[in-house]
Design a binder for this molecule. Structure first.
Ligand SMILES: O=C(O)Cc1cc(O)ccc1O
Ligand SMILES: [Fe+2]
Length: 393
């Protein structure tokens, strides 16, 4: 209804001592360590703290003005943002509540996000975090110079892992209440600024396009894994990826470790003891993650920099080494293969005329009845004929 440019100008806000945006080792405020690091859950303060007040940076790399790098934050909040919006002009925020739901108003509409889900708000979009039922704590991954996208599925084909259909977008919604004093907090180059305006930013009546906040329920993830041998590279657990300028290395991958069958034979199934190129910052939404650090709890953070050795503690190693392999196997003692092409084949004269050629007995599918209509008839009986075709009950 009113353009965002209509405001009363920017004023500087004091630096946030618990936030960082310059991760170059020449910055005396950042620390370098090859040690395995871990943090217990960060306390939710008792004094009034909004999402923006409660932002704290844990680790990162690069610097936002160069459009290169990323930062990992946690937030702890106990108060909704009232007549206040936040806009990050540095990069994209992926927000993963760990405790307490958040009801997030954005310029494009509302997104209600619970622990187990995450929300992505792109660079430059105003949003307010409301707490519908009490305090909230969560993890944030911020990326500079890139956007989150689904990974290529490669040989998996058309679907699996995070399916596009499970990403939810807000419905356009707008506020009409007269607002006399609305505050916008801007983050630019890690510094904070305030501007006020006498109208709400949530006055967008319609939108189109795809540069829009979205959310994803991580329990919808379709796990892919080995069904023969070997512990697969955890890249199979990638929900979203963000490209870097190096075609061979992502700026960031967001991965999930959730309940799944781990059925491989002759395989040590926990994460192998490893030293790898990736820097790994992990959190826990709920439950446990065996043996990673001595006190990894929901809300904790653990971190190893690339090439720092790590792996599970001895009790996990022992249990995994002693557990018998699963016994159920498909078609034990058989092996089939397939040659596949995008091209329709034609059949040679030799093959066509061969006395080996034969055709399927068409009757072999006759017993397949129309279960859909049969089911409807059944429902009709159970509902005394009140069930109508095509009506969704
Ligand atoms: O270190 C971890 O716990 C994460 C992880 C999981 C896995 O299955 C393989 C490698 C890896 O880094
Ligand atoms: Fe690892």
């Amino acid at each position: 209804m009113r353009p965002a440019v209509a405001h009363k100008g920017y004023t500087d806000l004091p630096d946030k001592p618990d936030m960082e945006s310059v991760f170059l080792s020449t910055n005396p405020k950042v620390h370098v360590s090859p040690t395995q690091l871990a943090w217990s859950p960060f306390d939710i303060p008792t004094e009034k703290t909004t999402f923006v007040d409660g932002l704290k940076t844990v680790a990162g790399s690069g610097e936002p003005s160069l459009r290169e790098g990323l930062a990992t934050h946690v937030y702890t909040a106990n108060a909704s943002m009232k007549n206040q919006a936040f806009v990050n002009q540095d990069g994209e925020f992926l927000i993963m509540p760990q405790q307490g739901r958040v009801d997030v108003q954005t310029e494009f509409g509302w997104l209600y996000v619970q622990p187990g889900e995450f929300l992505v708000v792109q660079r430059g979009i105003r949003f307010s975090v409301n707490l519908p039922d009490g305090p909230s704590r969560g993890y944030i991954l911020e990326i500079w110079g890139s956007n989150f996208e689904l990974p290529d599925l490669g040989p998996l084909g058309g679907y699996g892992m995070a399916n596009a259909r499970d990403f939810l977008y807000p419905q356009a919604s707008y506020d009409l209440e007269p607002v006399s004093n609305f505050e916008i907090i801007t983050k630019l180059n890690g510094k904070f600024f305030k501007s006020t305006q006498d109208h709400t930013p949530y006055d967008v009546v319609a939108w189109h396009g795809n540069y829009v906040p979205y959310k994803y329920d991580m329990t919808k993830f379709v796990n892919i894994g080995s069904i023969s041998v070997d512990h697969i590279d955890p890249s199979v657990f990638t929900i979203m990826t963000a490209k870097s300028r190096d075609p061979n290395a992502a700026l960031a991958d967001v991965m999930i470790f959730m309940p799944r069958w781990d059925v491989a034979s002759h395989t040590y199934r926990p994460p192998y003891y490893h030293r790898n190129v990736a820097s790994e910052l992990m959190g826990l939404i709920y439950g446990d993650y065996g043996g990673r650090s001595d006190s990894f709890q929901p809300g904790s953070v653990s971190y190893e920099t690339g090439m720092t050795p790590h792996g599970v503690a001895y009790p996990e190693f022992k249990a995994a080494s002693e557990n018998p392999p699963p016994t159920q196997q498909i078609s034990l003692g058989s092996m089939a293969f397939m040659f596949e092409s995008s091209r329709p084949f034609t059949i040679t004269d030799y093959a066509w005329k061969s006395d080996k050629i034969h055709f399927h007995e068409t009757g072999m599918w006759d017993d397949l009845v129309n279960n859909f209509t049969l089911h409807l008839e059944e429902v009709k009986k159970l509902t005394n004929g009140k069930h109508e075709h095509g009506v969704n009950h």
